[in-house]
Design a protein around this ligand. Structure first.
Ligand SMILES: *Cc1c(COP(=O)(O)O)cnc(C)c1O
Length: 421
């Protein structure tokens, strides 16, 4: 839909016609000191709390109080295999088979555990390719993997940079890097949706390209999971990781998801770090048996997981399942398209959208570059009751989230932006 209109009435009409509009009332929307709802545009940083989350967590607190250790087997939702409640819905959201997905640990930890298995440097082929403006944690993680294996982290890191004067990474450049250095690169590790620009990469294209040069390919999908259709299985990637506290609304620091492609599911030769939770479920509690690897992504688990955090993920995934991810993605395109339309109509040379204007190359986030890196604009927006985030050097990231943001939120954002710009 591209025939957007200006004016408040049009926003109200879009909300009126939105069959997902009732989901907003299922979330706690932060308020200002006077009790007015803020315009929350930072679901890409920390998703809002579903109202049902408390009940899901309380259930586990009650079972713990009532049953103690027996909650593992006799709780309403027995804790022993609690992660299995999450697998199917999570797999659906990232476009994977249940065998390929597990919820465990936190994000950067999972990135390391995946690299233990999938970054296998040799003196000839040891380099790691990442995008130049990768999320800092990812960059630090791959640099430390290089050092861990005895390589220089400057020499070993190849950056996929945007061209001079451009903001977005270009696939031709990636092809050229691989043509030139492909046989030196052990691992291609890209953020599925770039946190800074909001660019949603063509995962399939990158995986195919990387594989054609003999590289392993992994993605950090922290800004993609719950935001765009990742189709991880079809992408052919070897592994992927993501967090659950951004678009997946599972609470600060909540657990991470990991994907390992089916073709690695039964490969016991892959090196990995293991613990009792990667061991065969049937014999896990015999305690003395030799290690017996679980197949699939579950075989990368180490520890019995934090159930309270898992309960929050379960609550959030239940909301996603009810709303339907396809419908959410449809609304997302409409909501962000409307946002883009209104921003462009402002015709203000102090701001520029750097996110791709092709809806298939982005999720809900628009990154607004501010002329002369004027952070004041962000601060004024905050004072006006709009929560966005400022990312150095010069970008305000805004993410209207289809589950709880309305077209009126977007309209209100623009009206307030007009007064502060
Ligand atoms: C949010 C985010 C992280 C944060 O890592 P944690 O281990 O969860 O603190 C890392 N990488 C990317 C790409 C992110 O978007």
């Amino acid at each position: 839909m591209s025939n957007y209109k200006l004016g408040r009435e049009f926003a109200e009409q879009l909300d009126h016609n939105d069959e997902l509009s009732t989901y907003r009332s299922q979330f706690h929307i932060p308020k200002d000191a006077e009790g007015n709802e803020l315009i929350y545009m930072t679901g890409n940083s920390l998703g809002l709390q579903p109202k049902i989350t408390k009940g899901y967590i309380n259930q586990e607190l009650e079972d713990w109080a009532k049953l103690g250790v027996d909650g593992h087997t006799h709780g309403k939702n027995p804790w022993l295999n609690y992660h299995e409640f999450l697998t199917k819905i999570m797999a659906d959201i990232v476009g994977a088979k249940p065998l390929e997905v597990v919820v465990m640990n936190s994000l950067t930890a999972n990135l390391h555990f995946m690299m233990v298995s999938f970054y296998k440097p040799t003196p000839k082929r040891y380099k790691i390719l990442i995008e130049a403006d990768a999320f800092p944690s990812d960059k630090y993680a791959v640099e430390s993997q290089l050092r861990h294996h005895g390589y220089d982290d400057k020499e070993g890191l190849i950056l996929w940079k945007a061209r001079k004067g451009e903001e977005l990474a270009n696939y031709e450049d990636l092809e050229n890097i691989l043509k030139e250095h492909g046989d030196e690169i052990a691992l291609v590790m890209i953020g599925g949706v770039n946190y800074y620009t909001g660019q949603f990469f063509d995962l399939k294209r990158i995986a195919k390209l990387g594989h054609s040069h003999g590289c392993v390919v992994g993605f950090d999908c922290a800004h993609g999971a719950g935001n765009v259709k990742l189709e991880l299985h079809d992408s052919g990637a070897d592994f992927a990781v993501w967090c659950s506290y951004k678009y997946l609304n599972s609470g600060p620091g909540s657990l991470s998801g990991a994907f390992v492609h089916e073709r690695h599911a039964h490969n016991k030769e892959l090196n990995r770090f293991t613990g009792w939770w990667s061991h065969n479920k049937q014999t896990r509690f015999r305690m003395r048996d030799d290690f017996d690897q679980l197949p699939g992504a579950e075989g990368w688990q180490l520890s019995n997981p934090p159930i309270l955090s898992m309960a929050a993920i379960r609550a959030s995934l239940d909301v996603f399942e009810k709303a339907g991810f396809d419908k959410l993605c449809e609304k997302s395109k409409q909501l962000t398209g409307y946002f883009e339309f209104l921003l462009n109509e402002l015709n203000n040379s102090n701001i520029k959208i750097i996110t791709p204007n092709d809806p298939d190359q982005r999720g809900c986030q628009l990154s607004i570059q501010v002329k002369n890196a004027d952070k004041d604009l962000h601060d004024k927006l905050t004072q006006a009751g709009i929560i966005t985030d400022w990312r150095e050097p010069d970008v305000i990231r805004c993410a209207p989230v289809p589950l709880y943001n309305s077209f009126m939120d977007v309209y209100g954002f623009i009206e307030r932006l007009k007064t502060v710009i």
